[in-house]
Design a protein around this ligand. Sequence first.
Ligand SMILES: NC(=O)c1ccc[n+]([C@@H]2O[C@H](COP(=O)([O-])OP(=O)(O)OC[C@H]3O[C@@H](n4cnc5c(N)ncnc54)[C@H](OP(=O)(O)O)[C@@H]3O)[C@@H](O)[C@H]2O)c1
Length: 174
Amino acid sequence: MKTIYFAAASLDGFIADKNDSLEWLFKNGPTDLQFIDQFIETVGAIAMGSSTYQWLLDNMEGPWPYKVPCLVFTHRNLKKIEGADIRFTQGDVLSQHEELKRLAADKNIWLMGGGDLVGQFYDHGLVDEMNIQTVSVFLNEGKKLFSRRTETAFKIREIRQRGETCVEVVYAVR
Ligand SMILES: NC(=O)c1ccc[n+]([C@@H]2O[C@H](COP(=O)([O-])OP(=O)(O)OC[C@H]3O[C@@H](n4cnc5c(N)ncnc54)[C@H](OP(=O)(O)O)[C@@H]3O)[C@@H](O)[C@H]2O)c1
């Protein structure tokens, strides 16, 4: 069981543009998305920040797409979705990681983002892997992939081409 940051980013390291749009990703990213379904099969619990949750609320078509428990980090009262296992939480990610491990059982924990929330897990040494799909566009500004400075380069575990404009790299974080 691993804790994995799985996300798509621009070449200059943004996961969304400054207006929280993912238009750049849908327009330029991989078209065969089977690898995402395959990753989701390995996941037993999800953690995300409130802006990511809000994006899903505003943009998803159809029902909530995830079957596993999902911790949404927020200090606000956000709308819940009928029939989805969504648990609002806040504060120290260390104790919440214990809860995520319990919920995920022997499966992986998906850190969906954003970059500061993943940074909080990283600060506690809780991130095992980053699986980043880099799409070959520059955004110049937007929501950061990772909002920490790191001193030691992460080792590359795997590289996979995802269509003509995207490369997926799996980095070992710990
Ligand atoms: N390209 C991709 O693969 C990908 C992946 C993920 C997200 N995204 C996109 O990236 C954008 C969001 O990224 P983001 O960096 O802005 O934000 P985010 O992590 O989704 O949300 C940040 C917010 O989460 C809450 N939060 C964070 N840590 C917390 C803690 N420890 N306790 C309680 N609340 C906490 C705070 O909001 P409150 O005010 O609610 O407390 C904070 O402002 C969205 O547009 C999303 O769609 C893209």
